[in-house]
Write a protein that binds this ligand. Sequence first.
Ligand code: SF4
Length: 302
Amino acid sequence: MSADEFQLPDGAKAARASSLITWQDCPRRWMAQQRRRLLANLGFELASRPSSIGAHVGSGAHAAVGWTWEELTRSGELPPVTLADERGITKLRERAREDGVLFDPTTPNLNDAELAIRKMVRAYRDHMSASTRAIMVEAAMVGRVGGDWYLTGHCDAYLEQDLGLSPDGVPMSILRLDDFKTGVTIPAPVAQLGSYIWLGRARGLKPKAASVTFLRRTRRTADQPPPLVRTISPQLAERTARTVLGDLTAKVEAFETAADPDPLIIPCNPSSHLCTAKYCPAFRTRWCPESFLKPAGDDSNA
Ligand code: SF4
């Protein structure tokens, strides 16, 4: 996803909903990932790294699950699982070809990545309910948040679940915003969920619940655990999004308008578990002087 696909006005500045979790973890890594061209123009050279296999497996699983929701909602029946696999694997190979791939011990090659997607798709289908419809799937959303700043993102799904009839015989349902995550650790993308709630309001969407559905990425020989669903108050999520975005826009503005654009204007977090040569393009570069405190090539905390 890029800001370009939203056709923002000239001079617009974009923050992606999915990137807010990075800002919360290490704002300077957010700059390295999201403002790479600006930093290069200022003379800050960053390392180039291929994308992680975890990100590619996630993209593939999203493509398969999103399509499955669309088909279930359209026809009322689950589509063939092999067609969902095909979509997921095509997306995986496309991403690996375009962005390169950094394997890890959980998923050491592309064959294992394909298997991981197949396992996730089956676990997710087992958890889908015929009483739930997708109102919106993988929808591109954008909204102006103040000044030249825009918030952009793709929300995974707005799901409407039937709750049966009320005592008066009226059909009841609940609208839930759901973000689908995959990985080896359970994330807490509160600000990301809050961003979608904020942006969804412009479309008349007022979910009563927000949730993350997490599927663990497992090794080839490991059983696939079922999805884990965690819910959070939509109000809390939206307040978090507004706080994080307010901090982000203020600090990025301060950096961009400074007479001397110094890295220290943007805070950093060398204690982040992603503060390693493997995961951060700013590691031991001029853009992050603090990272020279850490041993070169130290991936021990990743
Ligand atoms: S090297 Fe570490 S502290 Fe510096 S930007 Fe990267 S993650 Fe943040």
